[in-house]
Write a new protein. Structure first.
Ligand code: F6R
Length: 614
């Protein structure tokens, strides 16, 4: 997601901020910008450019900015509006310039009231709304931090804000809610950053801000308050990373970082979808409720991990909507003469939004007059641009080639779609939808528990690292989880790994089980006891043939333990949500095993992040 840097001090502020933005490049972004404040000048100097940081650096070289000691900078991962110069941050209004990470959920209402009051907004972003609100607030109070606090109290959603002010050129103010902001403490200089990578080159002394706090930095002082202006407790800490590690936020691999970000990926994908009246709202949905009511068939098309997300989604969508739902590999779809009508909803799932197989499949579907809705993690990518409707996942940029947080966010987005269809078709009551959404809302904590308790999974990966063949079994939503577990291991560790539906074992695959073959089994949750018992039988079948079983089973369910050589406990969640927790240990396992074998986890051989050939 977006990178943020703020600086006040004795160095060239522009150099510090640009260096910080370079360090934050790993977060992924599609435009960048800076703003400088200079004493005695009643205006800020700002430059912003779409595309890579190099474009901004070139622009700064062409038209150098004056020397300054206060600056803010931003790399933007587009959410509201495409990545253009106009939508790039900072956004200015009057004396202030604002950079922002996150999503202001009530921005549409705020924007409407600003426009009604005669304000002209020049970008499509939610951030510009904040700049205007601050400008209005500063008419009432001259103090920037007071104005920031007042504005923050009106904002809903997740945000980190960092603000420069031409009237107070020695000050930068930051604020945060549900989005990170850290302070770097220097001597005669202080820093703000979306993470410490922004300033670790200059100082290793940091302060983590708490939820709903506002910080004011000058060269010599740091003042932190809550949103009401009460002084806040802060927790200083020493950063013990080197610069190389800081680019990955301290993780050895981007993939590890992305695995760790999954609670946020799920939470952010849910953000802003559930109105106070219980109504589900999908704001990028450009298909009318009438068009959706006509849908009598759903075809999900995707590739690789995204295809497995579609397989998971099928169970939920059919269960909630009673609309028949097929899942098809995008690369196969248009070669089989599929039956599509105007009332077919084709749902494409693509993290990158650029996968050629998927793109060709949606083009074909639209030629056949089907409506296409895309689930995508990349704002403005080709697939969402060519679709009739889009649901963006807000997982943040995925840099490691193997998809992790993208997968979980895709499942959540598909579930939102299923519930939305159930809502518009009147199949589910609002309170039923609210209950399901509350269960999904509890998933980030459940994932966090899996992450916090992952040492034994890593230990198991090291123990099993000498095996050359791994099998994964699951049933119902556990089946695609098994496929995904196997794919991760293939991609990262170059091992033979296969996923099967548990019931299919006896129809052939069980023949490959040898003495000691590791077989991972995903045991369905206790709420689906009949199916759970079937998987337990499958576990016994492979164990009787010498397999060493690794059993992923819900906390409190001991029924499979007598047949488990290794146990991985999963938090208790409803059956349809189990993939969101059960996939995580398999990602960690594959990542650790590949590291153990000495492979490049982030860039596995032969693979690319965005597959733009058919
Ligand atoms: C596996 C993986 C790939 C992608 C597939 C589709 O870890 O990342 O299988 O899922 O190439 O990519 P997107 O979702 O970008 O269309």
């Amino acid at each position: 997601m977006c990178g943020i840097v703020g600086y006040v001090g004795h160095r060239s502020a522009l150099d510090v901020v640009v260096a910080g933005l370079q360090r934050l490049e790993y977060r992924g972004y599609d435009s960048a910008g800076v703003a400088l404040a200079i004493p005695g000048e009643q205006q800020l100097h700002s430059v912003k450019r779409a595309g890579k940081l190099a474009n901004l650096i070139d622009a700064l070289a062409d038209e150098p900015l004056p020397e300054a000691h206060t600056a803010i900078g931003h790399t933007r991962w587009a959410t509201h509006g495409p990545p253009t110069n106009r939508n790039a941050h900072p956004h200015q209004s009057g004396r202030v310039a604002v950079v922002h990470n996150g999503i202001i959920e009530n921005f549409a209402t705020l924007r409407a009231s600003l426009e009604a009051a005669g304000r002209e907004l020049v970008s499509e972003t939610d951030t510009e709304v904040v700049a205007h609100l601050l400008d209005l607030e500063l008419e009432k109070t001259p103090d920037l931090a007071d104005a920031v606090r007042a504005v923050c109290r009106c904002l809903e959603g997740a945000f980190t804000l960092v603000i420069a002010d031409s009237t107070n050129p020695d000050v930068v103010v930051g604020a945060r809610r549900n989005s990170p902001l850290v302070v770097g403490r220097g001597h005669g200089e202080n820093f703000l950053g979306s993470d410490v990578a922004a300033f670790v080159e200059f100082t290793r002394e940091a302060i983590e801000l708490g939820q709903d706090q506002v910080v004011t930095i000058t060269a010599d002082d740091i003042v932190v308050t809550d949103f009401d202006g009460n002084p806040a407790e802060v927790s200083p800490y020493h950063i013990d990373w080197d610069i190389a590690a800081a680019e990955k936020g301290g993780y050895e691999w981007f993939m590890l970082k992305e695995i760790a970000e999954q609670p946020h990926a799920v939470a952010d994908t849910l953000l802003g979808r559930h109105a106070a009246n219980g109504q589900l709202q999908l704001d990028e949905m450009r298909l009318s409720d009438d068009e959706l009511r006509d849908v009598d068939q759903i075809v999900i098309i995707a590739c690789g991990t995204s295809f497995y997300a579609g397989m998971v989604a099928k169970y939920a969508i059919e269960h909630w909507t009673r609309i028949p739902c097929e899942v098809e590999l995008a690369s196969e779809f248009r070669y089989r003469d599929p039956i599509l009508t105007r009332s077919t909803l084709v749902v494409s799932i693509s993290q990158s939004g650029e996968t050629m197989d998927t793109l060709m499949a949606i083009r074909y579907a639209r030629e056949q007059r089907a409506r296409v809705l895309s689930i995508c993690n990349t704002n403005g990518a080709t697939i969402p641009r060519e679709s009739d409707a889009v649901i963006y996942t807000h997982a943040g940029p995925e840099i490691a080639v193997a998809s992790t947080k993208g997968f979980l966010a895709q499942i959540v987005a598909c579930y939102l779609l299923g519930l939305y269809l159930a809502q518009v078709k009147g199949i589910k009551f609002r309170d039923e939808i609210s209950r399901i959404l509350a269960d999904v809302g509890a998933v980030p904590n459940a994932i966090q528990r899996v992450l916090d308790d992952a040492d034994h999974i890593r230990k198991l990966a090291r123990e099993l690292a000498q095996h050359r063949s791994f099998l994964f079994i699951g049933r119902h939503v556990g089946f695609p989880v098994a496929l995904e577990g196997a794919l991760k291991l293939k991609e990262l560790a170059y091992l033979h790994a296969e996923g099967f539906a548990g019931g299919e074992l006896k129809h052939g695959p069980i023949a490959v089980v040898e003495d000691g073959t590791p077989v991972f089994a995903i045991v369905p949750s206790t709420s689906y006891a009949a199916l759970r018992d079937k998987v337990i039988s499958n576990i016994q079948e492979v164990r009787a043939r010498g397999a060493q079983t690794v059993v992923l089973v819900e906390e409190g369910d001991d029924s499979a333990l007598p047949f488990a050589d290794h146990v991985i406990r999963l938090p208790k969640v409803p059956t349809l949500l189990q993939p969101l927790v059960a996939t995580v240990p398999l990602q960690i396992f594959a990542c650790e095993l590949a590291s153990q074998l000495g492979y490049d986890v982030d860039q596995p051989r032969n693979l690319a992040k965005s597959v733009t050939v058919e």
